[in-house]
Design a protein around this ligand. Structure first.
Ligand SMILES: O=C(O)/C=C/c1cccc(O)c1O
Ligand code: FE2
Length: 314
């Protein structure tokens, strides 16, 4: 068994927003560094920690965590749609192991995932089916949120399971860092949005989806001009988190509350749960070193944008 990690922000605005040629080149070079790392490592299987934005998980039934035994990408924001290549035996072994450790994870035999889960695969491989892929959903958008300590314990339980596998595993975390895109929220939803958040009418119509995505594009443009009514990015918070994750001791994060995370870093800052789980999984296997780290707050992408890779120490 060997394990390595890639944690990166995602944004559906990568093709839409224009932060200027220098920042674009900088982000592309971060992706290139990550791509080189991932291709050189060449995993047998990927454990993918991803959020969802009311495309696969709804308030009809919102688990804190879920492992997919089978999954399909719905293709929002032009992301690649279709069936993922999920190794059912490993996904099931993982879920059963984690549940025995006292982590009440849900399972899905028909998980639907969105850009938040598949964007790293698209950027790393150009194809979401390129590698066996186990989707681990972590609720990062729909309050109430489970305490961060539970996320750390989930990650640690997954790391313990990986010790029993004779495979080369890549942990991918997709999300964060500070950001506050205009994803509808129950607390402020219109009746139509409320039905969407509950999943009352199934998947959104193409027209409703287009309107939702246009709202995000318009907000990103306004945010870049300094005119949007969303929370600003929080680079100090982002960098503090990245420092803690790189240190190998994640315990300081246990006391962070969802309320203060929202207040400081925005409604979608909870996507950092994916990073915390992935780093906790790696740390449960052994001490590690962050090999590559990139960060920049990018308003055009509505994201504190980070990319890190890490390996176990020899
Ligand atoms: O509209 C959505 O579903 C999400 C948009 C978004 C925007 C910026 C950064 C992210 O992580 C997002 O998911
Ligand atoms: Fe997101």
């Amino acid at each position: 068994m060997t394990v390595a990690l890639l944690a990166m922000s995602h944004s559906p605005l990568l093709e839409h927003g224009d932060p200027g040629p220098e920042i674009k080149a900088e982000v592309e070079s971060a992706f290139e560094a990550a791509r080189n790392f991932v291709h050189e490592y060449d995993p047998d299987v990927i454990i993918n920690f991803g959020p969802d934005h009311y495309n696969g998980f709804f308030y009809q039934l919102m688990p804190a965590f879920c492992i997919g035994y089978d999954a399909v990408s719905i293709g929002d924001y032009g992301s690649q749609a279709g069936q993922l290549n999920v190794p059912r035996d490993i996904a099931q072994g993982l879920a059963e192991f984690v549940i025995k450790r006292g982590i009440d994870i849900a399972i899905s035999l028909k998980m639907e995932v969105d850009h938040g889960a598949v964007q790293p695969m698209e950027i790393m491989y150009g194809d979401i089916t390129a590698k066996p892929f186990i989707p681990v959903f972590i609720n990062s958008v729909a309050p109430p949120f489970t305490p961060l300590q539970r996320v750390r314990l989930l990650g640690e339980a997954i790391g313990e399971y990986l010790k029993t596998l004779d495979k080369k595993v890549l942990l991918i975390a997709s999300g964060g860092l500070s950001h506050d895109p205009p994803v509808p929220r129950l607390a402020t939803a219109t009746e139509e949005q409320r039905r969407m958040l509950i999943g009352a009418d199934g998947q959104q119509t193409p027209e409703a989806r287009a309107a939702r995505q246009q709202r995000v594009y318009d907000t990103a443009d306004a945010f870049a001009r300094g005119e949007a009514n969303i929370k600003d990015l929080a680079p100090e918070w982002d960098q503090e988190l990245m420092k803690i994750l790189a240190s190998g001791d994640l315990s300081p994060i246990d006391s962070w509350t969802p309320e203060e995370m929202t207040e400081i870093a925005g409604n979608s800052s909870h996507e950092v749960r994916t990073w915390i789980a992935a780093y906790a999984a790696l740390g449960a296997i052994g001490t590690y070193t962050v090999q590559y780290s990139y960060y920049r707050p990018i308003r055009e992408y509505i994201a504190g944008f980070g990319v890190t890779t890490a390996v176990l120490d020899k």
